[in-house]
Design a binder for this molecule. Structure first.
Ligand SMILES: NC(=O)c1ccc[n+]([C@@H]2O[C@H](COP(=O)([O-])OP(=O)(O)OC[C@H]3O[C@@H](n4cnc5c(N)ncnc54)[C@H](O)[C@@H]3O)[C@@H](O)[C@H]2O)c1
Length: 266
């Protein structure tokens, strides 16, 4: 249980959901975890990370703010000596059909999800290039791989994150830096609960989305943390430029009811 022993991991969006689960898992795997989030960590949860990794740190910062991200990296270098791993889990949901989206809403989502990822990578790359060593794991979505009804703004931002990831993998591979992306299906987090998991969301649509996950359930944040751990660890030493769906089969193909017809609907 110490696949990240001695490594320093900076994780954005670390106060909640996937980012928090990743921070906790990485801490338990021996990493010194540095969390960054717009929000304070809720409910004293960060204490669990500190219990696993006493040198863990948490910074309140906005991923849209280049200076704030640079300051977090500078203080991490000063206090922890390095940034070996970056995981970019900060993100927001939003969407709707194009004719109803305001340019301001469009821009807000791109700024957090896509530009925020760009700025996080930009903040850590100078030290990674200097050391010829580094590992970046971005968090996109199945909705960056394929379209979704009403998903335009969010999907565009996540599609951008996937291609940004692949381009960075190409640019920095020979400098000892691997860059990969996890594409989660629908994962039970506060973000999920504020939209699809919300009581106001039509239950039959939620059920249809659930069924599109061929394992017949929504995912857990820990299952995304496990994939991020694989990509960040030496087990993935020959993996770069990958957009890995961790989606219970959501992107495997379209379910049309034949499984149920064959008596395999569970
Ligand atoms: N939950 C899902 O179903 C799902 C599916 C696919 C992809 N994702 C992606 O996974 C990532 C994490 O999502 P989650 O479900 O854990 O959501 P979450 O809301 O539980 O956590 C996201 C965190 O990002 C932080 N954040 C938001 N804007 C920020 C900003 N400007 N600067 C710094 N921090 C900011 C929030 O404060 C929050 O703590 C997001 O990028 C999301 O798009 C989630």
């Amino acid at each position: 249980m110490s696949r990240l022993e001695g490594q320093v991991a900076l994780i954005t969006g670390a106060a909640s959901g996937i980012g928090f689960a990743t921070a906790l898992r990485f801490a338990r795997e021996g990493a010194t975890v540095v969390g960054l989030d717009l929000a304070e960590s809720a409910g004293g949860e960060w204490k669990q990370v500190e219990d696993a990794a006493p040198a863990a740190r948490f910074h309140v910062a906005d991923v849209r703010d280049a200076d704030a991200q640079n300051a977090v990296v500078a203080s991490t270098l000063e206090e922890c000596g390095a940034v070996d791993i970056l995981v970019t889990a900060a993100g927001i949901a939003n969407g709707g059909p194009v004719h109803l989206i305001t340019p301001e809403d469009w821009q807000h989502v791109q700024d957090v999800n896509l530009k925020g990822t760009f700025l996080s990578a930009k903040a850590v790359l100078p030290t990674m290039l200097e050391r010829k060593r580094g590992n970046i794991v971005t968090i996109a979505s199945v909705e960056g791989i394929e379209g979704a009804e009403g998903g335009s703004t969010y999907n565009a931002s996540k599609g951008g994150v996937i291609l940004l990831t692949k381009n960075m993998a190409m640019d920095y591979g020979r400098m000892g830096i691997r860059v990969n992306c996890v594409c989660p299906g629908f994962i039970d987090t506060p973000l999920f609960r504020s939209v699809v998991g919300n009581d106001a969301f039509p239950a039959e649509v939620r059920e249809r989305i659930k069924t599109q996950h061929k394992l017949g359930r929504f995912g857990k944040p820990e299952e995304i943390a496990g994939a991020a751990l694989f990509l960040a660890s030496d087990d993935a030493s020959f993996v770069t430029g990958v957009a890995l769906p961790v989606d219970g089969g959501f992107t495997a193909g379209h379910g049309v009811g034949v499984v149920e017809m064959m008596g395999l609907g569970g």
